[in-house]
Design a protein around this ligand. Structure first.
Ligand code: GLU
Length: 551
């Protein structure tokens, strides 16, 4: 068979050669050891935690080594395309501190290795498919869907491996005349890899391939034997082929992708071999898992059951990007938490991220742990920065809350409340929850949420009336407490809670019950930070007005 003739017959419109593309995309001029990584999302409009997790690895590997990180849009599956998806990807990742050096952007490509959108690269893929046909390593396949289904049935009956390979690959042996006749008749066809693998050999004669995965040590598997489709009937490449061509020409050094690609790695290895190219270093990341609330078992995070899989969830709820980054590093690198304990105030980018310290079995995602980490992270963020962060969140997600930002000094004092202590208050987690936490500082959101303590229920009006009568806004904390004690004694409550516990018949309740009455009247809640401090922030007018209104 004259393969060159076949290649010309199939791709007469392809005039560029592989050498032209090699020259167009030369090796990158980067320092020794610099890594080039890419994110290749499909523009489905849904961006999830797994994307962020992978992007974080890409970003760290590239930027820690003085390399490059680029965005490539993998839109060869047009059924999944959603308008505006590129914008969603870029904005969501930027929010979490992931920035690209080159690739697709909202206003066109940046960088010398484009086009960075796969659907614009048709001729490039066809050029390399043409080369493979000319080399005799790929061929046109005219099998219909029915024929393939029939083969599948037969394979099931014979207990043979499914797929198109070896004797099942019917189009492999067509003659030039047969091919020409089919083309003349307009018969649709795909281009398939002509695989060398042969699984029908005795076990010890099957060729094996070893690949060093940066996260998983050496992977050892039988060489591919499938005549995988590389170009679909439309001329559009499959993921397998597009990834190989793109990562070669874009000079990617490290391919970070999910473990779901491990089964097709043998195909990719064979494609690199057939094209005579050095493969990149693969880093197959572990699946994100969670403990199922109902069964207590580990399972994959699912789009349908776990809203926390979507990155939108974190933005809507108002998680601070620094908290999400900090948390992701704890699940990404097993030595991160230790490092953090030794370097509590260091910038997170000083941590040296490595693929060797990544889990290869399954990364356990735990929202409670994220919340705990968030509490610590927020504690280190100044009230002024928190104010800006909250305001940005409200502008995007809760415009009806914007009035709470009118008095910057007031909100900053609220946010700082109880944070300067030796054992600081750690109840800020995410914006939505923080706003609920502090809502009582704002008259329009203030509501009595809790009941009065039963022990003091009969005296509520008396307690508040006395409290208001003796209220002096200039009292310090000790003077303030002294007045509470007086009211406590006057009304027959125990000043010391333990006295009440010892002799419950002698008292109506204790000082805690009395002060809780004040708390509920002022804050609407039984639990809150220090009452005196809250009053100082609320101001004398607001405090008096609230107590008076309560009466
Ligand atoms: N487009 C692929 C996906 O969305 C990317 C896989 C890769 O990074 O190679 O899963």
């Amino acid at each position: 068979m004259d393969y060159n003739k076949l290649a010309e017959l199939l791709f007469p419109h392809i005039t560029k050669t592989p050498e032209d593309y090699e020259a167009l995309y030369p090796q990158r001029d980067l320092p020794e050891g610099a890594k080039v990584t890419r994110l290749g999302p499909s523009p489905t409009g849904f961006i999830h935690l797994g994307n962020l997790y992978g992007a974080f690895v890409d970003e760290r590997l590239a930027h820690q080594s003085g390399g490059k990180f680029f965005l490539r849009i993998e839109d060869t599956d047009d059924k999944r395309y959603v308008e505006g998806a590129v914008e969603i990807i870029i904005n969501s990742l930027r929010f979490f501190g992931i920035n690209f050096d080159e690739g697709a952007t909202m206003t066109g490509d940046i960088g010398q290795y484009g086009d960075y959108t796969q659907s614009h690269r048709g001729e490039i893929y066809q050029c390399f498919a043409k080369k493979m046909v000319a080399d005799g390593t790929a061929y046109p396949c005219f099998m219909t869907e029915e024929e393939i289904a029939q083969i599948h049935e037969q394979q099931e009956a014979e207990k043979a491996n499914p797929g198109i390979y070896g004797k099942w690959a019917k189009s492999r042996n067509l003659t030039m005349e047969e091919i020409q006749a089919k083309l003349a008749a307009g018969t649709p066809y795909v281009i398939r890899l002509k695989s060398d693998g042969d699984m029908s050999l005795p076990e010890d004669q099957i060729r094996r391939v070893q690949v060093k995965d940066a996260i998983r040590e050496i992977l050892d598997f039988p060489a591919n034997d499938q005549d995988t489709v590389i170009l679909k009937a439309t001329g559009i490449p499959t993921y397998h082929f597009a990834h190989v061509v793109d990562d070669h020409l874009m000079r990617t050094t490290h391919v970070v992708r999910g473990a779901e690609w491990l089964p097709s790695l043998p195909i990719h290895v064979e494609l690199f071999e057939k094209l005579g190219w050095e493969p990149p270093i693969y880093c197959h990341t572990a699946q994100l898992m969670k403990i199922d609330e109902e069964t207590g078992n580990k399972r994959k995070l699912s789009k349908r059951h776990d809203p926390e899989l979507s990155l939108d969830y974190y933005r809507n709820q108002g998680y601070h990007p620094a908290a999400v980054r900090e948390y992701l590093l704890t699940i990404l690198n097993s030595n991160f938490e230790e490092w953090r304990m030794a370097n509590p105030d260091a910038d997170i980018d000083e941590f040296e991220f490595t693929t060797e310290k990544m889990s290869n079995s399954g990364a356990l995602f735990d929202l409670n742990k994220l919340n705990d980490i968030s509490k610590d992270v927020l504690l280190k963020i100044s009230a002024s920065d928190l104010y800006d962060f909250l305001k940005g969140w409200a502008e995007e997600f809760k415009p009806d809350l914007l009035h709470i930002f009118e008095d910057r000094a007031y909100l900053e004092r609220i946010l700082d409340l109880g944070r300067a202590e030796a054992k600081p208050r750690k109840d800020h987690i995410y914006a939505q929850q923080m706003v609920e936490n502090i809502s009582y500082f704002f008259d329009d959101m203030f509501r009595i949420e809790d009941e009065m303590p039963a022990e003091a229920a009969a005296d509520v009006a008396t307690i508040i009336a006395k409290y208001l009568e003796t209220y002096d806004h200039s009292d310090d904390q000790t003077q303030w407490f002294e007045k509470i004690r007086q009211i406590t004694e006057e009304l027959g409550y125990a000043v010391k809670p333990k006295d009440f516990k010892k002799n419950p018949d002698q008292y109506k309740g204790h000082v805690g019950h009395v002060s809780t009455v004040v708390r509920v009247a002022l804050m609407g809640r039984q639990q809150s930070p220090d009452v005196w401090e809250i009053q100082q922030i609320l101001s004398e007018d607001r405090t008096r007005a609230r107590l008076a209104k309560f009466l």
